[in-house]
Write a protein that binds this ligand. Structure first.
Ligand code: DCP
Ligand code: CA
Ligand code: CA
Length: 403
């Protein structure tokens, strides 16, 4: 019944049957309770390892293991992540490094330590590409974000697919990275869809097929269900998300408490109201505006940059933050997003630095293209609290409530 539609990536999966959805509805489930939304979840593939392959492409044809060394002995610690060549040999995140080395013995594998500052800079630039395309971006971790595209694509699936494909294309073209994207009616469905076809996948789940899409998947695919909860559910003969959807809510709440029970009950039926919270995480402050008309004229673009610089400077001061990187975001007339970033030796909160760096980066960017600029933005990253401020967490909004 399922129909696979190949797109440019050859990986898009389109779930087409609605039979189970109707069966669930007939069982008393009220459809349409959630307002209609269209959410993307974008997750970079084998992120830390892919970043290392960028600087050394020779690494991509053999097993590459990024190691979280504990420092106790030379090889103590676990695998942070591994490229897909190593994964085929069953080397995955969390495996002790010693075991990974045994499995990969004689395979010419490379082992590298985590270089977090570099991955964070790359992550910042990818987040800037998201913000260049979409207004509501919630950075969920170093390599993933939720994007609310409801208004932008007017709930049109084809438009949604086109937007997802332009994001994939820009991330590939600008940063050389592949990612997997899920499109769904809410964060839970989008998140599970992004992991459905990987790497370089695009999985689209129309809203009315959410429950049917989730139904055959094992329960641990639901965000918030780990191995322990999965074991408990197995003991209750609940193996798939569909089993959970069909189970009695009182039975589930009695076992897991009201909050988790209600979440399992709704999420298993493809329902989730959690909004995409527009923020890029505590590491970045950014804003982007659309120019009155497309332009390459710095005299015309400069006043916009000045407004952005003042606004972001005020935000940084308000939150007691200094920045060490200033980035410029430009969406060109062909809708391709470009970003350029400058990292300083020392953190600062100077507006002159924002002005100077963004103007210089804009010039560099214009030299690299003949096209006109449609939207322009500034991003401050590598943020640290100004001396005298204690915890960065004080300035963060509350964390997402989705487990
Ligand atoms: N990470 C880690 N330890 C883990 C899981 C992840 O250090 N147990 C780090 C390394 C990953 C990054 O976080 O590259 C992102 O985690 P993901 O779960 O998204 O995994 P990957 O991006 O590595 O792989 P995938 O292609 O499955 O998304
Ligand atoms: Ca990832
Ligand atoms: Ca991730």
């Amino acid at each position: 019944m399922d129909q696979t539609v190949s797109d440019a990536c050859g990986l898009e999966r389109h779930i087409s049957s609605i039979s189970f959805w109707q069966a669930v509805s007939a069982g008393g489930f009220k459809s349409g309770e959630d307002p209609l939304r269209m959410i993307l979840h974008c997750d970079l593939d084998y992120f830390f390892a892919q970043c290392e392959e960028l600087s050394n492409p020779g690494l991509s044809t053999k097993p590459l293991v990024i190691c979280a060394y504990s420092g106790r002995t030379e090889d103590s610690g676990v695998v942070s992540t591994a490229n897909y060549v190593a994964r085929k040999l069953r080397v995955n995140s969390g495996l002790p490094i010693i075991q990974a080395k045994k499995i990969l013995e004689g395979s010419n594998a490379t082992y590298l330590p985590i270089d977090r500052p570099r991955y964070e800079s790359i992550s910042d630039r990818v987040m800037a590409i998201f913000s260049a395309h979409v207004g509501i971006v919630e950075k969920a971790s170093i390599d993933e974000a939720y994007l609310d595209i409801t208004e932008q694509v007017q709930l049109d699936l084809t438009e949604g697919r086109n937007l997802a494909q332009s994001l994939k294309r820009d991330i590939r073209r600008e940063e050389g990275l592949s990612c997997s994207i899920g499109l769904g009616a809410n964060k839970v469905v989008a998140k599970i869809a992004s992991g459905f076809v990987k790497p370089d996948g695009l999985t689209i789940v129309p809203s009315y097929q959410s429950a049917e899409f989730l139904s055959p998947l094992p329960v641990d695919k639901l965000p918030g269900i780990g191995k322990k909860t999965q074991e408990r559910l197995r003991g209750m003969h609940l193996e798939t998300i569909g089993d959970l959807a069909k189970s009695n809510i009182q039975y589930i709440t009695a076992a897991f408490g009201k909050k988790m029970g209600t979440y399992f009950h709704l999420a298993s039926r493809g329902m989730d109201k959690d909004p995409v919270r527009p923020r890029l995480g505590p590491e970045q402050l950014s804003r982007i505006v659309t120019l009155k008309e497309n332009s390459r004229d710095t005299d015309m673009i400069s006043p916009e940059l000045e407004d952005l610089a003042q606004d972001l400077h005020a935000k940084a001061l308000k939150h007691g933050l200094q920045f060490r990187s200033v980035g410029i975001i430009a969406v060109l007339e062909n809708l391709v997003a470009k970003t350029r970033t400058k990292t300083l030796d020392q953190p600062t909160s100077s507006i002159d630095i924002i002005r100077g760096s963004s103007t210089e980066l804009l010039r560099t960017l214009l030299e690299e293209t003949d096209l006109q600029i449609r939207r322009v933005g500034i991003q401050l990253s590598n943020l640290t609290p100004t001396t005298g401020q204690t915890f960065l967490a004080e300035f963060m909004e509350r964390p997402p409530s989705t487990p």
